[in-house]
Ligand binder design. Structure first.
Ligand code: NAD
Length: 309
């Protein structure tokens, strides 16, 4: 299959290389010129537990793409989504399918402005990856993906896309309620990412605080109010218990969440507006009260003001 990865940072590079190894015709599209140049000149450097290799895969700046994909995998950061959708419009046909695997909330409504509903497939993934520098990624660990069609008539197309991912070892399953999974993962990110970033700690350190469970339950309950309005029913107890399991150092405890790495370590903007910020903004429109998400969003933005130059 002809596949374009739109947004080839850590995750896009992982998916692109795995789909290419499986025999697909894959290109990477990314706006970071130094990254694109390195990949085309030296290959993508992939570090794994077994060593390092230079993987040959074509990479393009968005404005230079000369390729007509059957499938586009969106893997920008949330704040880069609209720019990428506008940039790739010229290479899309009425048949091009789009899979969105970004973290965060509200992406379907954005994508629907550019792509017919029948061609949009939403997903959520537990794979991870790290970008170490231009043209250089670290790919360790295992993962999975859930994918579902937005248009009820497109379930067969979603299952075919799952098969393409699955054949590449990406462990994809067809979901009958992907929006639930997207919201549940957003609750993980909207608690652990946000709080570890503001408190400057890893997940185990956060879990060891006497306030951790109350903070998590309060935030998840606020997410639940907005989710319910979108037809997604979150069970606060279940989600809070799911999050608490991650405190264990044998799970994710030693890990500093990606928002921490982006903002505190690399002084890059965060996806807060698509997590707690999305909840606060939607709640304001609906006359619902989500004061903690509102304050957390403002605090992360304040931290961005201090750190992002
Ligand atoms: P990333 O930060 O690796 O890359 C995102 C974009 O930022 C890319 O276009 C990349 O080229 C650019 N970029 C990165 N460093 C740069 C630099 N120094 N200068 C200029 N540009 C730079 O993003 P990601 O981690 O692949 O995340 C993509 C999406 O997947 C996000 O929504 C994220 O939340 C989600 N996600 C990530 C992981 C993970 O483990 N990384 C896991 C699950 C979901």
């Amino acid at each position: 299959m002809k596949i374009a990865i739109a947004g080839a940072g850590a995750m896009g590079s992982r998916f692109g290389t795995m789909l290419k190894r499986a025999g697909n015709d894959v290109i990477l599209i990314d706006p970071w010129a130094e990254h694109v140049d390195k990949i085309n000149h030296d290959g993508l450097q992939i570090d794994t537990d077994n060593g390092s290799e230079q993987f040959q895969i074509p990479a393009f700046l968005p404005q230079d793409v000369d390729f007509q994909p059957e499938l586009v995998v969106l893997f920008t950061k949330s704040m880069g989504l609209v720019t990428m959708l506008k940039a790739i419009e010229p290479i899309l046909t009425p048949e091009t399918k789009i899979v969105c695997l970004l973290n965060g909330l509200g992406h379907t409504e954005v994508i629907e402005k550019y792509i017919p509903k029948a061609n949009i497939f939403m997903g959520v993934t537990l794979w991870t990856a790290a970008l170490l520098g231009a043209g250089h990624v670290k790919l360790v660990g295992d993962g999975s993906i859930e994918i579902q069609n937005i248009d009820p008539a497109e379930a067969d197309a979603a299952k075919k896309i799952c098969a393409v991912f699955d054949d590449a070892g990406l462990k994809a399953t067809y979901s009958s309620n992907v929006m639930f999974s997207i919201w549940r993962k957003a609750c993980v990110n909207g608690t652990l990412n946000t709080l570890c970033t503001l408190l400057d700690c890893n997940i185990a350190e956060f879990g060891g605080l006497p306030q951790s469970n109350d903070l998590v339950r309060t935030i998840v309950a606020e997410f639940g109010k907005v989710a319910a309005n979108e037809g997604v029913l979150l069970n606060v107890d279940e989600v809070a218990q799911h999050i608490a399991k991650l405190y264990d150092p044998s799970q994710a405890g030693e890990h500093y969440p990606s928002m921490y790495q982006d903002l505190i370590l690399h002084h890059r903007l965060t996806e807060i507006d698509y997590l707690n910020g999305y909840v606060a903004a939607q709640a304001a429109k609906l006359n619902l009260q989500t004061p903690v998400c509102q304050v957390l969003t403002e605090m992360v933005h304040a931290k961005e003001q201090l750190l992002v130059k």
